[in-house]
Structures are given as structure tokens and as C-alpha cells.
Design a protein around this ligand. Structure first.
Ligand code: ARG
Length: 428
């Protein structure tokens, strides 16, 4: 018996992979693993049902708690972002692959299948984990390889061919069943692409959104919430301590009702392809905004500057699925040390799609009201003079040299520092 573990979502692509494993790749025992990271319950049920119809041995693994604790929380601590959105699909892939490896070990399978295409990011993220943990395993990716033609050549599957193939293998899907949007969903975010969204100029229609209300449908009055953090991790909402999973579910609800977390961007995939992506990620946007506000209160100026580049690197590595990369762990060592002080509470006002920070407190606050206040007498202002005199010293030395040069050329000193005249401005 040749056993293979198929990383299975229950969608058309991965469903087609089940009979393909038998017919084209010689695996007579297909084990499907669907990992619950917070996708709709209906998708999870559909996966189990389709796997049964197609004759696979199916497992559903509930990894929601692990996902929040070990993937979303590190993302909060690193303000996990890629090109302006909170990364979500990318942080779920390593966990999904880890669970697939766990099942393979348990059941004695030494091969993996997945439904990723050759254009996307997920092939990298998933195979990185599979190849790290089971370097000897065979990996088959039928969607990337394409459909085999009678003459042996391969070409990409079309949706209609996939439906025909599924129908011929016991999974009936009507040809008319057109998938409009391609959606990936987990607790940290929902991503919608495809269909007319592939036109960068096409405004996202209201129907693509499930978690967030549109501007017009939001409550008329703002909702104020307080989020408490301990060591950079969210622990309570409005003073009530909550389990990680409940906290994310609750915030998706509260922030979503206020329309927070819709993002429409052009995204550069790993292979360089630009794609138009829409996201809704109410909890992630809210928590990262609150976390940043708390960091701004407790971090030194130098720490904050350094951390923004650490965060950027972290986001890049996480986006690439390099979840266990040495550099990522190094960055997390820095993040972890700094986050020891990231404890406190942040007040937010959610209103018609916006999240505004309106207050923050921390026992580790570096803010001193007496020093900063306009009325302060503690700060001896005249002592600033020494600092002011040396400010920009090198920059001023540069202009000394320029001044000498202008003199030598017999030109006016007025040319030293000149604003462009309005006529020169590009759009004047
Ligand atoms: N572009 C995002 C990423 O690579 C999300 C892709 C999600 N897929 C989808 N079919 N919506 O992480």
C-alpha cells in the first residue's frame, strides 16, 4: 500500500487531487487532512463529505487554539505586516503543514500531496515545512504539474475540466457552478481574490465581505474598547480576561460591526507577480493598532526605530513561510526581550471603518508628564542651548564648503539654500 497525506481544504482543486493520486501517481491509499484554523464550519464539513465521496481516509484537526497562541500572538508582537496588511494566510500555512506531517508520522505515510499552483506563495510555505521535517518524503503537486494530455504534454487544468474529472469520480459538481471569488479564511483574516477583482480598477463589491460592515451599515455611534496586553500579548477586552481564541473571535465581531479591517491592495507575491488582494481582518487590524500604541509608550526612541526594521524583516520572513528560519528566531529573541515591558492597556474608538487610539497606560511607561508638560519647571530649557548649537553640525559643514566654492566661482551666496521657484514645481 502506498500511502499519501493530502493537505486538503475540500475545495475543487484539492478534491480533484484525491483520484489523481491514485490514477496518476500510484498512491492507492489517500489520507486527507483538513486543519481547522478558523475557516467556515461549512467548509470543514464539506471537506469531510467530499473526501468520503472520493474514497479518502479523512481527518479534521482542530488547530484553532494553537494557531492563535503560537502564530497570531507572535504576529501581534511583531506587528506582523506585509505591504500594508496583517499577514494571515501565510502564518496559517506552516501550522497546516506541521499537522500534516504529524498525521503522516502517525499513520506511516512518507509522501505528501497538496493543491497549490505554481504561481502562488503557498507551495513555498507548505513545502518548506514538509521538506524540513521529512526531507526524504515525496511531494506531489498535481495542480502545479498540470493535466496530462494524451500525447504526454501537460497543461494547466481549467475549472471546467476539473468539474468533469470530479463528476467522473463520484463527486458531483454542476458545470454551472461558477466560483466567482477565490477565498482563503482563517481566524486572523479573510482574503478575497479573483473574478472581477483581478481588474485593479474595479471597486470591491459589498458581497465579497463577510466579517465587516460597509460604511453605511455601521452603527451611528462609536464603540470604545479597552485592550489589555501582557508582555506584548493581548489578554483582556474591556477588563475581562479572555482565552486567546475567544478574544480573537470577539474582536472580529466587535471591530467587524464597526467596519474595521477592510484592506484593498496590490500585493507582490514571492515570484514577483502582482496580485490585487482584498482582505478583511478586523481583530488583527485592531490588535496591531493597539499594540503599536502601547509600544510607543514603553519603548525607547532607539528601540522603536530598530524594532520597525525588525518587524519589517519578520513580516517578510513570515510572508515567505520561513517560520523556523534562524533569522526569524534571532529577531524574535530581540522582540521577546523588548516585549517583556509591553504590558498595559490601550483605549480605542472604533467608528465606521476606522480605529483610533484614544488612550494608553502602562506600568513601564517612559512618558513623564512633568517633563513633557508645557507648564513644567523641572526641565531647564536654557540648558538645551548646548545641544542646539551642535545640531546638524556635519550638515552645516557641508554648506561651509559649498559657500567657499560659490565664492571661488564668483556666484551669489544666495544660491546656497534656495527653494525652487513656483514655476519649477512639477504640478504648478
Ligand atoms: N496573497 C495572500 C498570501 O499569499 C493571500 C492568498 C490567499 N488566497 C486566496 N485564494 N484568497 O498570503
Amino acid at each position: 500500500m502506498r500511502k499519501i497525506v493530502l493537505v486538503y481544504s475540500g475545495g475543487l482543486d484539492t478534491s480533484v487531487c484525491i483520484p489523481l493520486m491514485r490514477e496518476e501517481y500510484g498512491y492507492d491509499h489517500v489520507i486527507t487532512v483538513t486543519v481547522n484554523v478558523g475557516q467556515p464550519e461549512a467548509d470543514i464539513e464539506q471537506a469531510a463529505e467530499r473526501a468520503r465521496l472520493l474514497g479518502a481516509e479523512h481527518y479534521t484537526v482542530d488547530a484553532r487554539e494553537l494557531f492563535v497562541r503560537y502564530f497570531c500572538w507572535p504576529a501581534v508582537r511583531a506587528n506582523g505586516d506585509y505591504q500594508g496588511y496583517p499577514i494571515s494566510t501565510s502564518i496559517a500555512r506552516p501550522l497546516i503543514a506541521l499537522k500534516a506531517v504529524e498525521k503522516a508520522r502517525e499513520l506511516g505515510a512518507t509522501a505528501f500531496g497538496h493543491g497549490c499552483t505554481g504561481k502562488g506563495n503557498d507551495q513555498f510555505r507548505i513545502e518548506y515545512i514538509l521538506r524540513t521535517l521529512m526531507p526524504e518524503a515525496e511531494i506531489v503537486a498535481p495542480m502545479r504539474e498540470g493535466r496530462r494530455l494524451p500525447d504526454g504534454r501537460r497543461e494547466p487544468w481549467t475549472r471546467s475540466e476539473e468539474i468533469d474529472y470530479a463528476n467522473a469520480h463520484g463527486l458531483s459538481i454542476p458545470q454551472s457552478h461558477s466560483r466567482i471569488w477565490s477565498i482563503d479564511e482563517n481566524l486572523w483574516g479573510r482574503s478575497i481574490e479573483g473574478g472581477r477583482l483581478e481588474e485593479p480598477d474595479y471597486a470591491p463589491p459589498e458581497e465579497i465581505f463577510q466579517w465587516t460592515r460597509g460604511f453605511d451599515a455601521c452603527p451611528d455611534v462609536p464603540t470604545t474598547i479597552i485592550i489589555s496586553f501582557e508582555a506584548g500579548v493581548p489578554v483582556a477586552v474591556n477588563g475581562t480576561a479572555m482565552d486567546p481564541l475567544d478574544l480573537v473571535v470577539e474582536l472580529n465581531k466587535i471591530a467587524g460591526e464597526n467596519g474595521v479591517g477592510r484592506i484593498d491592495i496590490m500585493e507582490d507575491r514571492m515570484l514577483g507577480l502582482k496580485v490585487r488582494e482584498n482582505y478583511e481582518c478586523p481583530a488583527a487590524v485592531t490588535l496591531v493598532a493597539a499594540h503599536r500604541a502601547l509600544e510607543a509608550l514603553i519603548g525607547t526612541q532607539a528601540e522603536l526605530k530598530f524594532k520597525s526594521s525588525v518587524d519589517r524583516e519578520w513580516g517578510e520572513l513570515a510572508y515567505r513561510g520561513l517560520w523556523f528560519d534562524p533569522l526569524k528566531e534571532d529577531l524574535e529573541a530581540f522582540i521577546g526581550k523588548m516585549q517583556e515591558r509591553c504590558t498595559g492597556a490601550v483605549h480605542l474608538r472604533l467608528y465606521r471603518g476606522s480605529v483610533a487610539v484614544v488612550g494608553r497606560t502602562s506600568p513601564f511607561s517612559l512618558y513623564n508628564e512633568d517633563l513633557a508638560s508645557f507648564d513644567s519647571k523641572t526641565f531647564n530649557q536654557s540648558e538645551s542651548l548646548g545641544n542646539v548649537k551642535t545640531h546638524g553640525m556635519q550638515s552645516r559643514m557641508y554648506f561651509e564648503i559649498r559657500r567657499e566654492e560659490l565664492k571661488r566661482l564668483g556666484r551669489s551666496e544666495g544660491e546656497l539654500l534656495q527653494l525652487p521657484s513656483t514655476g519649477d514645481a512639477p504640478h504648478a
